[in-house]
Design a protein around this ligand. Sequence first.
Ligand SMILES: [Zn+2]
Length: 244
Amino acid sequence: MKLATLGKTAVVLLSLLFPANRRVNAQIIAVTAGTLIDPDTGTEKAKQTILIDGETIVAVGSELQIPSDAKRIDLSDETVLPGLIDAHDNPEYRFADSRDEMQKAVRENIYWGARVIKIVVDGQDYAYSADDIRFIVAEAARAGRKVAAHVQTERGARAAIEAGVASIEHGWVLTDEDLALAKKNNVVLVSTDFTVAELIADGMEPDAAKRTHEKYVERLKRAWDAGVEVVFGTDVMADVKGAL
Ligand SMILES: [Zn+2]
């Protein structure tokens, strides 16, 4: 919920900075943050250093001893938000229309290592029906995979929620009935909402951007009130990874 109120602040996600930082060389990383947000308490602290060992944050504070061999990352002009996992970015898509094509697309993706099947329900003039999506969910489930569904419209969201996908992504237009059904079917909402500043940067008029953002926040609150699990996604394309 806090996220939606960040406005035009540049937010850097630690988890995006080190997506593949396994303990190969076990180097300590020291991040200097201009402002650090603590999601647990919803508070901010100025001028904090974060020490990261492998994938673990080992210390946070303003007066930390930084090991001399630590790799330093200077984000002293930025706001840093630890602990979030980006649940939504954009892979390549392929076209699958008939049941044969859907089955083949699911199996081919699994063959090549997909751990989740992601479908675009309504990113075009037609939308997959609930039955189409049920077919995909069943095919993926045979291999123990879950289905994430990109939905932009109410119609697409309803179809995906009815079919029992694991998550709907974006979900900008959701009625209270959709949300009640999402709760019942254990469907997670991966919101990918942009800040007002980002909407304006994308070409929206300031007033429209403000209204759009308010709508995003309002539906997030309704989702929260309905008990739907809400997950964060940046919706980043490769060029803006790490900032939103
Ligand atoms: Zn998407």
